[in-house]
Design a binder for this molecule. Structure first.
Ligand SMILES: C[S@@+](CC[C@H](N)C(=O)[O-])C[C@H]1O[C@@H](n2cnc3c(N)ncnc32)[C@H](O)[C@@H]1O
Length: 238
């Protein structure tokens, strides 16, 4: 069975929280630099902890910390136990802006479709995220973003879809690269790419039948697909 087939049972409206995160995470891992250590990994904004399952099964991580704000740890623990992963995945409820970990603790911090909710502000990466990664460790992020800044009718369509303030969470790859360069001040190697899984990740979200997916499909079909993308970010702490 390919690694994706194992997770197909989760491609439903009960589990997906947006464009299929398994596709994003699979590509984030597939295109990573060769020296990423996973031994102790934080899944930051893990949602239902499904991305933590994938990290635990598909990398050589020994322990994955499944950390999330909206989903209670006890709910994730039930799911983790039902999948026999309770010795490998630790569920924690908390806010990325105030994490309860020791400095230099993680080999890798991975965040899929979550970082944009809290990480678009100056100072967040430098002060709230990077301190928890060991030297030689990585932060790997996949976020929805923009191919280009929308203008005119497209801007209006985009802002109607994103419903006001959320429009501010979508940034171009160049914007993320600039932010992280400023955050790291020369202490990191940074690589930012556009993801290739755009079509399939969205299609599987539409196919899930989730009410938000049905709305998203209408907007993407009106042309929003031309300006949206997913951005993959790799930061190595030197
Ligand atoms: C769209 S879901 C993605 C969940 C999961 N990574 C996935 O891809 O299926 C976004 C998640 O980000 C989490 N999140 C948003 N703000 C957060 C914060 N300040 N601290 C921790 N998690 C946060 C939410 O709790 C939510 O579960």
């Amino acid at each position: 069975m390919s690694n994706m087939e194992k997770y197909r049972k989760y491609f439903t409206k009960d589990y997906l929280m947006g464009p299929n995160s398994f596709r994003l995470l699979d590509e984030l891992i597939r295109r990573k630099p060769s020296d990423v250590p996973f031994h102790r990994t934080l899944d930051l904004g893990c949602g239902f902890a499904l991305t933590s399952f994938f990290i635990s099964n598909e990398t050589d991580a020994d322990t994955v910390y499944a950390f999330d704000l909206w989903i209670p740890a006890s709910e994730n623990y039930r799911r983790i136990r039902d999948n026999g992963l309770e010795d490998k995945i630790i569920p924690i409820h908390g806010d990325a802006m105030d994490m309860p970990f020791a400095q230099d603790y993680f080999d890798a911090i991975i965040s899929v479709d979550a970082y944009h909710y809290f990480g678009c502000k100056a100072g967040v990466f430098a002060n709230k995220i990077l301190p928890f990664v060991k030297k030689g460790g990585y932060v790997m992020i996949a976020v929805p973003g923009l191919r280009e800044q929308p203008e005119g009718d497209m801007k209006q369509l985009f802002e109607t879809w994103a419903e006001g303030d959320d429009a501010q969470l979508f940034k171009t790859a160049a914007w993320w690269e600039e932010l992280l360069k400023n955050e790291c001040g020369g202490t990191c190697e940074i690589s930012v790419k556009e993801a290739e899984c755009f079509d399939i990740a969205w299609q599987e979200w539409f196919d899930s039948g989730h009410e938000y997916g049905i709305r998203d499909r209408e907007f993407l079909q009106k042309g929003l697909d031309k300006i949206l993308n997913f951005v993959l970010i790799y930061v190595r702490k030197n």
